[in-house]
Design a protein around this ligand. Structure first.
Ligand SMILES: Cc1cc2nc3c(=O)[nH]c(=O)nc-3n(C[C@H](O)[C@H](O)[C@H](O)COP(=O)(O)OP(=O)(O)OC[C@H]3O[C@@H](n4cnc5c(N)ncnc54)[C@H](O)[C@@H]3O)c2cc1C
Length: 245
């Protein structure tokens, strides 16, 4: 629900490693095209895309105190972390329209539901991509316990998430089959050999989530002089929390 673009240097790094067309300059027009940013368009932000993005409401004065405190501690505040400069303290932005979550299904899928060239198959599992002579020609799917083949004229676009995308490729014979080959599901495809690194470079994203709470019984006016306790988000069994910031 929070909207954060990837760091531009990551995109440039991928391009430098050989992923042609994925440098940030090439991706920026697509970011702009997808979004309607509530603050309006500029060179970095879009103004008429299907995805609606707002700044989170941070109207309580303590939010500003927090940002100013960060500045005083030597950190910078960025006016738009999805714009020119990502680094810096900021108020989060999120996919919200008219007070409700705005999903990619709202932005892209539902408006296209009536198209004749679109069919959505739910409760359907893709077993493998069918590869012939090095080209993807369709997918094998299972629905209601029955296998079906869906062929394509042009291309298969695979977007099965961070884990299942490389897994499906491996089940289709691309990459190292030993990583996904339990005896009950041997890879059946005849994909291009090699690609031994497929699925091996996923990493953890470290994050520390601090939540501050006003101590029970203290009024906001006296907040500046009171102790603020910072707690890990997972420590949610505390009682008496009367306001989360
Ligand atoms: C707890 C959590 C919080 C997050 N919060 C945010 C956030 O606030 N903001 C943000 O930008 N990102 C957030 N992310 C990351 C974000 O959810 C992912 O980056 C994004 O969903 C990736 O989109 P995707 O379409 O590539 O994959 P996914 O959203 O993972 O979609 C893949 C789809 O493929 C389906 N699928 C997989 N294998 C098969 C198969 N064999 N056959 C048929 N279907 C299959 C899956 O069921 C799934 O529906 C969060 C992630 C998590 C886990």
């Amino acid at each position: 629900m929070i909207y954060n673009r990837g760091n531009p240097l990551d995109f440039d790094g991928w391009a430098q490693s050989g992923l042609e067309g994925w440098d940030f300059a090439h991706c920026l027009p697509y970011f702009r095209k997808m979004e309607t940013f509530a603050d309006g368009p500029d060179d970095w932000r879009g103004g008429d895309g299907p995805m609606h993005i707002n700044r989170c409401k941070a109207e309580h004065k303590l939010y500003d105190v927090f940002l100013r405190g960060g500045e005083q501690a030597g950190f910078s505040v960025t006016p738009d972390h999805n714009g020119y400069r990502q680094e810096g303290l900021h108020v989060a932005q999120s996919f919200i329209r008219d007070g409700r979550r705005w999903s990619t299904a709202n932005g892209y899928l539902h408006p296209a539901e009536d198209r004749k060239n679109l069919e959505v198959l739910s409760n359907t599992l893709v077993n493998r991509i069918m590869i012939e002579n090095g080209a993807a020609i369709g997918v094998e799917v299972v629905a209601n316990g029955e296998k079906h083949i869906v062929t394509c004229d042009r291309e298969v676009i695979l977007s099965a998430g961070a884990f299942n995308t490389p897994q499906l490729l491996m089940l289709s014979g691309v990459g190292d089959p030993r990583r996904v080959a339990p005896p009950w599901h041997q890879p059946q495809g005849r994909g291009p050999p090699g690609r031994p690194q497929l699925g091996k470079s996923s990493g953890r994203k470290p994050a520390i989530h601090n939540q501050l709470r006003r101590l029970p019984g203290l009024r906001t006016q006296s907040f500046r002089s009171c102790e603020v306790r910072s707690a890990m988000a997972s420590d949610e069994k505390r009682t008496g929390r009367d306001e989360l910031l």
